[in-house]
Design a protein around this ligand. Structure first.
Ligand SMILES: *Cc1c(COP(=O)(O)O)cnc(C)c1O
Length: 230
């Protein structure tokens, strides 16, 4: 486990050099969905602090078993009725704000519980039907509404690379996400994360400007249970 994490960190470093950025500026989220708390704790003991989960119940159980300074990222599609749990458990960041009804629930529960949630807006850049996230044409109207919600802190953009083996096609999607990120960052001062890149494509994502990669399989090995992407 420690070796896997060290290897990923070395790869991040190599790609960051190619990209001309500091490796320290790139966050590694270890995607621990479906992985038992004991193995996640091994990653913690190897120095890893950021973890990614896609099921709220699994996140709540695991976060209770790991030390308090682990930082939990919610990377899967969120049902509105689960919002209260992520607030009660101090999630670090929600990567998957993909619709207005979810923003409204984050705002409503945030007012009730006096909590502000850090979120990334998920974009579906390749407009794949199997993926959630805003389409490019919806971005501006969405931001106009959500920037008025004072219980939501907009921290950046998340996207998932397209399901193709064509590297230039993957890079084009990441490059478009970076363009949107840079454009919005001029207006939204709290922007700081561009979350893109998984086990098979995080190098390409870093070359296109990602500063937060979400890596599961390459750290923990193949997952036994099937876990849907969104
Ligand atoms: C599962 C998942 C990952 C990690 O995928 P790996 O291929 O195991 O690295 C990253 N992002 C999201 C949104 C996921 O659902």
């Amino acid at each position: 486990m420690a070796e896997n994490i060290a290897r990923i960190r070395e790869e991040i470093e190599a790609y960051s050099i190619k990209a001309g950025v500091f490796a320290q500026g790139i966050e590694l989220v270890a995607v621990s969905k479906t992985i038992g708390a004991e193995r996640v704790k091994e990653a913690y003991d190897a120095g890893q602090r950021m973890f990614g989960e896609n099921r709220v119940q699994e996140y709540v159980e695991k976060s209770g078993k790991l030390p308090q300074d682990a930082k939990w990222n919610l990377i899967g599609q969120l049902q509105t009725n689960k919002v209260k749990y992520i607030m009660e458990n101090n999630a670090f960041l929600v990567h998957s704000l993909d619709r207005l009804s979810l923003a409204e629930e984050l705002q409503k529960q945030g007012e009730k519980k006096n909590r502000t949630t850090d979120v990334l807006v998920q974009l579906n850049i390749a407009e794949e039907q199997t993926k959630s996230g805003l389409l490019m044409g919806e971005v501006d109207a969405f931001f106009e509404k959500v920037t008025r919600m004072d219980r939501i802190r907009l921290k950046g953009i998340m996207t998932i690379g397209p399901n193709v083996s064509d590297e230039p096609a993957i890079r084009r999607v990441f490059a478009r996400a970076k363009q949107v990120y840079d454009r919005l960052r001029r207006e939204v001062k709290t922007f700081s994360y561009l979350s893109m890149g998984m086990s098979h494509d995080f190098g390409l994502a870093i070359l296109e400007g990602s500063n937060m990669v979400r890596v599961g399989t390459a750290i923990f090995g193949k997952r036994e249970m099937s876990a849907p992407l969104e």
